[in-house]
Structure formats: structure tokens, C-alpha cells
Design a protein around this ligand. Structure first.
Ligand code: GLY
Length: 306
């Protein structure tokens, strides 16, 4: 059995290619990394990799992680500026018994030692967006929560192994040094090939409060389907936030089980994602409703969504 799921419409091309790789016997880890890298390389996707969203100081700093579901090992990088593909650095760090999560300069030195390509990750478009925002607004910190989304990919291969990969530039106009959930095991991602894999996109500060990816996999271990586990984990955190007088916020979740079933949940009105577990990968969406049905949708239906 092979299957794959990735967040947002932007993951569709990479997820489709990665699904074909899985069909050709490529391991889950390599397939997941390929799908994430495809998004990192495309400057049209403004919240991940090359051309990602700058922070308040105009620097583009990136976070990424990878987890192997058979060994429970993970690798991650955070606050890196010049690594062309943060997911490749995370993948190479996975398997190390110590020093598997590196930040800033240390992560970049690791990438150099590994011979990974470096690049100025800023683009004229990303710097224009930053300059326009700075010139229009004086009340720092700015409303950082628009136009920000993480690519997360979960894969299952024919051998039964599973993998998770994540990558983001984090919140637009974030404070220097800010890191979200994306490189943090249990929050932005979790993967145990015995029970399933999960990942999160949205505002990291909220996702971390519920350790949502670990919570979802834990629920699958107890018998919930991926869809139930995503919805129940989300509902629990949202209920607590509402009790605290807060809004539900911006959180979307995906999950994949060892038998190839996938699920999702969201606080947004619509959350699009890409997935495949039969012939081909397709675009899907879920709505912010308890009984929202997950089914393939066409681009037209998703017009106007990320
Ligand atoms: N979810 C990504 C971040 O908050 O940085």
C-alpha cells in the first residue's frame, strides 16, 4: 500500500510526482522530501523556500524538518537564511542520535559540510512585498498572519514505512529569531509507522500549544481514523481557546494512517490539500464542519483559495 498527502494547492505538483515515485518503489522518505523540495524551489509559493516571506528585518529565515516513521528519528533546521533546500538539510540530519536539530549558523555550516547548495533566498517579489508593507504601516509588529502557510507532506510506501516532511518561511514580518511549529517534533509533525503520521499548518504559536501532530498520532494509536483524529485534536484545542476568550485561529491539520487512509481538519472555511492512495494524486478540500466530506475537487472549485 502506498499513499501520500500534502498541505495546500501548492503541494499538488510535488505530491503527484512523489506519488508516482512511490508507485515505482521509491521509499516514503525520498518521496516526501521530493514533494517538499518541489514547493521550496518554486518562488511563486511565497511562504516556503526560495522567495519566502521576510521577517520584520527584511531577512528570509526558514524552518524545515523530516521524520522517519520506522526509527522515530527526526532532523530539522530552523532560522536558516541561505540553504537552498532546507528540507534536504533536515533529511541529512535525520538519523543522527544527537545534534539532529540545528539552528542558524550551525545549520548553515552543516549544509556547507554536506555540499548542499546555498542561495540568497530573497527574490525581488518577496523584497517588494516587505518594502511595501513596511512603508504602509508603522505599528510594528504588523499583522503577520496573512499569506502564510507551511508545506507538509506525509508519505507511506509499499514496505509499510512512513515519513513526514515540513518546510516554511514562517510568519510574514515575524520578529528576528522567531520559530514556529514547523521544525518542532510533535507540534508541526509526527510520524510513527505503526500508527500513522500527522502534520500541521497555520499559526505555529497556537499549534504548539496543543502539540497537535503528536496528539493526532496518539489518537490514531487508540483507534481513531485520520479524519476523526484530526477533527478531535483540533476541537479540543479550539474549545480550550474559546474558554480562554480567544478565537479559534488559523490551524489546518493532515493525517495519514498505515493502511493508506488520509484525513484533515481546519478552522478555515476551506482548506485545500493534495493526496493520493489509489491510481493518481488529486486535489481535495475540507470545510470547517464536523461532517465535511473529503472528496476530490477541481481547480475551479478551489479558485480564490491558497
Ligand atoms: N506553521 C508555521 C509557523 O507558524 O511558522
Amino acid at each position: 500500500m502506498r499513499a501520500i498527502i500534502g498541505t495546500w494547492k501548492m503541494s499538488f505538483a510535488g505530491v503527484s510526482e512523489a506519488f508516482d515515485m512511490l508507485k515505482n518503489g521509491v521509499p516514503a522518505g525520498e518521496a516526501a522530501v521530493h514533494a517538499v523540495k518541489t514547493v521550496e524551489d518554486n518562488p511563486a509559493f511565497r511562504s516556503v523556500g526560495f522567495g519566502g516571506l521576510p521577517g520584520r528585518d527584511g531577512r528570509v529565515t526558514l524552518d524545515a524538518a523530516f521524520m522517519d516513521g520506522r526509527t522515530l528519528r527526526m532532523g530539522g533546521v530552523m532560522s536558516v537564511e541561505n540553504i537552498q533546500n532546507p528540507i534536504l538539510a533536515a533529511y541529512r540530519l535525520c538519523g543522527r542520535p544527537t545534534n539532529c536539530l540545528l539552528a542558524g549558523r550551525g545549520a548553515e555550516e552543516f549544509a556547507v559540510r554536506e555540499g548542499l547548495p546555498l542561495r540568497d533566498m530573497r527574490t525581488p517579489d518577496s523584497m517588494k512585498q516587505w518594502a511595501e508593507t513596511v512603508s504602509k504601516r508603522s505599528d510594528m509588529p504588523l499583522d503577520a498572519y496573512r499569506g502564510h502557510d507551511t508545506v507538509c507532506v506525509l508519505a507511506l510506501d509499499d514496505s509499510g514505512n512512513m515519513a513526514a516532511g515540513t518546510s516554511t518561511s514562517g510568519l510574514f514580518m515575524k520578529e528576528p529569531g522567531r520559530v514556529g511549529d514547523t521544525p518542532l517534533i510533535g507540534s508541526g509533525f509526527y510520524c510513527d509507522a505503526r500508527f500513522g503520521a500527522a502534520a500541521a499548518t497555520g499559526v505555529g504559536e497556537d499549534i504548539m500549544r496543543g502539540c497537535l501532530s503528536y496528539e493526532i498520532v496518539s489518537r490514531m494509536r487508540k483507534g481513531e481514523t485520520p479524519r476523526e483524529a484530526c477533527q478531535n485534536a483540533l476541537d479540543e484545542l479550539v474549545k480550550r481557546k474559546l474558554e480562554l476568550g480567544e478565537e479559534a485561529g488559523n490551524i489546518s491539520l493532515i493525517a495519514l494512517s498505515p493502511d493508506g487512509m488520509f484525513g484533515a481538519a481546519t478552522t478555515l472555511s476551506v482548506f485545500p490539500f493534495a493526496a493520493g492512495n489509489e491510481k493518481n494524486a488529486a486535489l481535495y478540500m475540507i470545510e470547517n464542519l464536523q461532517n465535511s466530506v473529503i472528496e476530490p475537487v477541481n481547480e475551479e472549485k478551489l479558485a480564490g483559495t491558497d
